[in-house]
Design a protein around this ligand. Structure first.
Ligand code: ZN
Length: 568
């Protein structure tokens, strides 16, 4: 595939006289540098000039780049990685939820959850709407949660709570009333994005896949993102060593806040935005919308080059698209937002426009339909579409489809913080056997498919943002043990899916950059690339697996400049 060179704004190309030593601005020596460059995986010294690596190698070699103006740091054996890439997360959704109610993630009983809810309501008497989450889908049966259960604890104030998957909401009767939702309210996508109803057609208060987005927007709920709240999360990621983030779906308000940060030189990392498609009607205007976002908000560190499609839902609430029926169903298998021919037409349009595609694909049928669409587009073009096509989440991949990822040049993206079994509920809809073969990454790695890792964080809260740490993701991807389960944690099957530390690091660096078309510039420590790097307080190859998540940078460098921490 042709690699269109995408220049990173704000970087002046330094003089790259490879082979001719020129004095460097900065030299780091005596380090254990894991470069993620296959031709030279380890190095002990780097020289940085004009924001780029001028030399990567050993202590002797770097001397040629030192003169009286060069600042030299002895890293005393510290471990160094390239700057990290979080290639699928939701800074806007995190920012808007900073003052939402935070329910216990794994309550033993509903009472524990209701107590937290009532306490929050009492502490916030002025809040018109009580918004927040997350309630575990697994705590409810097939009929889901019911508005009357919430009415029993909070009858007079509207309550809107999101579930642990982020794909369902639970409203009390007051909220339905205030938002004007009743038996006559239409379902945006029957079978995918809809109001769950009782036998008489009355909404029960269980809402799937953003079916009431329009009503919430009209009431002004969920879109308040301030530049400061957005900066909080981005600075958190930046201090962890993340220098590139991909936003897999944000509101207009979220991008407005991002643009404000960028304009004011407060954007701490490179921010790749996207336009998100949720319903079929959006397909025809999506390219225009992406261009509008680019024109209105694009800037020095804020770019828009990707369209994201919510292609199916999630298995926990039976909205994913699966090859075999959901548990207990005759033949209900969920659905995708459009079929393969429609998606393939859209891929051709993106090919013409040079806009990348990011697809939310959870179920095996969604994955197969999307692969079919890429195949149809290839046949039409007589070759690979000249864009990057990424499938994310990839919870259940049918064995027969592994080979097609390589053949069709699909980029894959997983969020390993889920790989220890953190979200429960899919056992009840998929059955244990299917649940036990979720999140299979190794067959893709074995086939040399590009595998990137990401945090996919959608709401705030200390406990939650810690899950946004790439080191948390690396630990769970490597162990398949959920840290929040403590000593009760067991390895989430399949056991042979405990991925190597090398693969975890590559997925958070070079392969994340590749997904975003930035691997010519970023993602590894190589001569000529932009000098983003992170100095860590431990060597990820040497610590106990249970200590990986506590890793913290002692210094983060972006474009050769120290942006947080300190150098010895
Ligand atoms: Zn996401």
């Amino acid at each position: 595939m042709k690699e269109p060179l995408k220049k990173i704004p704000g970087i002046v190309l330094g003089c790259l006289l490879i082979g001719t030593a020129t004095s460097a601005d900065m030299v780091l020596t005596n380090a254990q540098i894991y470069t993620v460059d296959d031709s030279q995986p380890w190095a002990e010294a780097v020289a940085i000039e004009n924001g780029r690596f001028e030399y990567v190698g050993n202590a002797d070699g770097v001397r040629a780049f030192v003169d009286s103006d060069t600042v030299e740091y002895d890293l005393q054996g510290m471990f160094v990685l390239p700057g990290l890439v979080d290639s699928h997360t939701h800074p806007g959704l995190v920012a808007r939820s900073v003052d939402y109610v935070e329910l216990p993630w794994t309550p033993e009983t509903k009472k524990e959850m209701f107590d937290a809810l009532v306490a929050y309501a009492d502490e916030n008497p002025d809040k018109e709407f009580i918004v927040g989450g997350r309630w575990p889908t697994g705590l409810f049966g097939e009929e889901g949660p019911n508005r009357h259960e919430l009415d029993a604890v909070l009858p007079d104030r509207p309550v809107i709570l999101t579930d642990t998957s982020g794909h369902a909401q639970w409203l009390n009767t007051k909220a339905l009333e205030v938002l004007g939702i009743d038996r006559n309210t239409p379902d945006p996508i029957p079978g995918l994005s809809y109001l769950y109803r009782d036998a008489d057609g009355e909404p029960t208060g269980w809402i799937k896949e953003r079916a009431i987005s329009a009503q919430l927007a009209a009431a002004g709920i969920g879109d308040q993102v301030s530049a400061d709240s957005l900066a909080g999360f981005l600075e958190y990621l930046s201090a962890l060593g993340v220098t590139v983030v991909f936003d897999a779906g944000n509101s207009e308000e979220g991008y407005k806040a991002a643009a404000e940060l960028d304009r004011d030189n407060r954007m701490p990392l490179r921010y790749e935005g996207s336009y998100r498609i949720e319903v079929e009607d959006q397909f025809s205007g999506a390219v225009q919308e992406l261009k509008r976002l680019r024109k209105t908000y694009g800037g020095k560190r804020l770019r828009f080059n990707t369209i994201k499609i919510m292609f199916d839902g999630v298995s926990e609430i039976r909205t994913s698209a699966v090859l075999e029926p959901f548990l207990g169903e005759e033949d209900y298998r969920g659905r995708t937002v459009v079929d393969a021919p429609r998606l393939s037409n859209f891929i051709l349009e993106l090919h013409d426009e040079q806009i990348d595609l990011h697809l939310h694909t959870v179920g095996d049928a969604a994955i197969r339909t999307a692969l079919d669409a890429v195949e149809i587009a290839r046949a039409e073009l007589g070759g690979q579409p000249d864009i990057r096509i990424t499938f994310c989440h990839l919870e259940i991949i049918d064995e027969a489809d592994f080979d097609r990822f390589k053949k069709l040049n699909i980029f894959s993206n997983f969020s390993p913080q889920w790989h220890g079994g953190h979200i429960q509920g899919a056992q009840l809809t998929l059955g244990q056997a299917r649940y036990d073969r979720m999140f299979t990454v190794q067959p893709l790695l074995d086939r040399d498919v590009s595998v990137a890792f990401s945090s996919d964080i959608t709401n705030a809260g200390k406990w939650r943002t810690d899950r946004a740490s790439p080191y948390f993701g690396m630990q769970v991807g490597h162990t398949r043990l959920e840290p929040e389960f403590g000593v009760k944690a067991t390895i989430r099957p399949p056991e042979n899916e405990r991925l190597s530390v090398e693969d975890m690091i590559r997925g958070y660096t070079l392969n994340g950059a590749a997904q975003l078309g930035l691997d010519n510039e970023l993602g590894s420590i190589e001569v000529g690339k932009v000098a983003d790097l992170v100095v860590l307080d431990r060597n990820l190859f040497e610590v106990l697996p249970s200590q990986i998540k506590s890793t913290r940078p002692t210094a983060v460098l972006m474009e050769g400049k120290l942006i947080s921490g300190s150098l010895p």
